[in-house]
Design a protein around this ligand. Structure first.
Ligand SMILES: [Zn+2]
Length: 162
């Protein structure tokens, strides 16, 4: 039996519906399975998608996220702080020199009220800046403008004493 237009269109229809060559041959009648396959090839229909193949979900590897460049913490230069002036005990002591005994290399830090007899001079060896001993020169020449400490800096400096 030859391929009439009707039979060819039926073949196309059945093929595209997903029937196998042998099923189509049975439906058409008068042709073999091989004849159907040959006709299908000649018609260029062989590229149909296999109907029984379940469409599988395609797993794509998750695209790696662009790595967020970790911001390196800004490196802070260690701040060299001058040692906080610790009140030396000597400041609380009475002076050891008077106007009469005060020498050239003695601390001229006035102690007490000049109008009283208790008034004296530190009188200790002047080893600091100016005519003062180390302790008194710290007091005399401490920076006028104290930098405003942020709470963080304050906590950090406090930690040194804990
Ligand atoms: Zn002194």
């Amino acid at each position: 039996m030859g391929w009439t237009d009707e039979r060819v269109s039926t073949l196309k229809k059945l093929w595209l519906e997903g029937l196998s060559a042998s099923q189509i041959a049975k439906q058409l009648g008068g042709v073999t399975r091989n004849a159907v396959i040959g006709k299908v090839h000649r018609l260029g229909l062989s590229g149909r998608a296999a109907p029984s193949q379940p469409s599988r979900p395609v797993f794509r590897p998750a695209r790696p996220r662009p790595a967020v460049a970790a911001q390196p913490a800004p490196r802070r230069e260690p701040v060299v702080r001058p040692a906080a002036p610790v009140p030396a005990p000597v400041l609380d002591l009475p002076g050891t020199a008077t106007v009469l005994t005060l020498g050239a290399h003695m601390c001229k830090w006035p102690i007490g009220d000049p109008s009283t007899d208790d008034f004296s001079f530190c009188g200790r060896r002047s080893g600091g800046e100016g005519p003062y001993c180390v302790e008194h020169s710290r007091v005399a020449y401490q920076p006028q403008q104290k930098k405003k400490h942020s709470p963080n800096e304050l906590a950090r400096s406090l930690r040194r004493y804990i």
